[in-house]
Design a protein around this ligand. Sequence first.
Ligand code: UD1
Length: 452
Amino acid sequence: MRSVSDSSFLELCMASRTLSVTLENVMATSFKVSGLGGTRSLNGIIEVSGAKNAVLPALAASVMIEGELTLLNVPGIEDVSRMSELLVGIGASVVRDGSSLRINRANTDSSLLKADIAKRLRASVFLSGPLLASYGSVVMPHPGGDVIGVRPIDLFIKGFEKMGAHIVEKDMLYHMSTKGRLKGADIFFPFISVGATETLMMAATIADGTTTLRNAALEPEVVFLAEMLNACGAKISGIGTSVITIEGVAQLSAPQNPIAIIPDRIEAGTYLVLGALCGTSVVVDCCEPRHLEAPIEILRSAGVTIEEEAHRLVVTPPKGVLSSVNIRTHEYPGFATDLQAPMTVLLTQAEGEGVVFETIFEGRLNYVQDLMRMGADITQVGNHRVIVKGPRKLYGKELEGPDIRAGLAYVLAAITAEGESIVHNAYHIDRGYERVEEKLGALGARVERIEV
Ligand code: UD1
């Protein structure tokens, strides 16, 4: 089958009917995984792609940037295709050449934003800030994305209102507008939000006056975005701290040099877990070890050896069985919620009892029911905690991942298990991970893409 990411973006955006047919086909794709039955045999090098969570806001920012912006190390994932469709839909030119993307906002018009695509993609909300700041108005549906509980956008709305925007919610759409430019404001986030920090930071770059974001997110993707915007002429200080100050400038312009997307720390962390579960020695290449302190520390506590080199990590499991650890998800630099599901799979193979405490999202532990069907001993305590007792043998099953991260965690569980598994809805995995079957295959895992 021809994948969506192989198609040219213009072709993708020609007609919504063609698009929905293509997507239905994509949804019918599954992964067939032959399990290793608890043995460890994977070895070799696995390369990490550019970070999904860095490229999506960068693409959103492109609608504020004059001239041609070139991004390098752009992963070939479905969410990038969806975001590119949104950009093409509002008149931007988006051209992919291998892993680089050239974007030019020259003919954009915010009123053309396609609600059907925006509804499916949580990251579409990032566009609200740049479009509102550049065009003075935008109509957005509530953004879609993963099924990991309620994902409100109240922080975005309150932030825009503080910056002088008028927002009305009508017929499931947010109508946002501003008279003249947005105005600099002092914004305190009552809790940390990556998306709200990024979106308001983008909007503030071309607002009138100075904006201060307090209790801002510290994630490497926020730092990346701020540095990219500064390379385009923005005046952002306090980058990487919880107080970010943005002095509005008249306009942003594409820098002469291309901007390289940082490596995906979630993809890297997931491969570390895979190496710990099923590897003899696995090299996770093209990653940024500085962004992976929490998972490295936790895996080491579980008995895993991880050697750090400049842009790679070498992971070797203990000679005997892994040891249980407790996990509590936390904003960066704490343990990422996006690595919670793969780590829970690891705990099914670790000696003892490990508690997983999900503090960021509601409903992000629903996938444990399927791990239990595979043979895991897991007790759920409320919406936020599970207790995993191990080690327990896992058996291949038919599975359907509820979101990007749990989807790939199922593939890890299936590789660990005895027998064959079918992981349905490969689209969820393709949203965030590039060429998964090929990359895992290079380590010796048998993961095949099939039509069902
Ligand atoms: C980003 C990441 C996602 C990661 C998450 C947390 C991207 C594209 N996605 O998502 O992979 O899991 O950070 O690290 O970068 N919230 C509100 N109101 C708001 C905004 C957020 O209540 O207006 C809540 C959310 O429901 C959640 C918490 O705040 O409970 C944190 O969410 P947030 O950091 O905003 O996540 P995202 O930016 O959506």
